[in-house]
Design a protein. Structure first.
Length: 115
């Protein structure tokens, strides 16, 4: 249940005399995660802005943040390294393009290796 202190979200909003006015916070609901076979993931490597270190990026995930974090956690455990999962992008520390692509295909995802 949502608390009744939503006035904090409306700070800086001008008062309206329109009786039909409904304040929109701009929040959108997350889309439901489609089954793995309908996902098209791309596995690439990135070296920019990371001090010369390499990271493996998995992009193209569509779904909830919880499912993204779960998939990221599984990949990190299987590779035995750290990383993160946010904004539809999974980051795995190190160059694991081949291993991550193979793991995603085993899980049923349509994964392809980028660069």
């Amino acid at each position: 249940m949502k608390p009744d202190n939503d006035w904090k979200q409306r700070l800086g909003v001008v008062y309206s005399t329109n009786p039909d006015f409904c304040f929109d916070t701009g929040e959108t609901e997350e889309t439901a995660t489609p089954e793995p076979s309908r996902q098209k993931l791309t596995v690439t490597i990135d070296r920019r802005n990371r001090g010369g270190k390499q990271v493996t990026l998995v992009s193209g995930f569509v779904g909830t943040a919880e499912d993204l974090a779960d998939l990221g956690r599984k990949l990190k455990v299987k590779c035995g390294v750290g990383g993160s999962a946010k904004d539809g992008l999974i980051t795995i520390q190190g160059d694991f393009r081949d291993k991550v692509t193979a793991l995603l295909k085993e899980m049923g995802y349509n994964a392809k290796r980028g660069n």
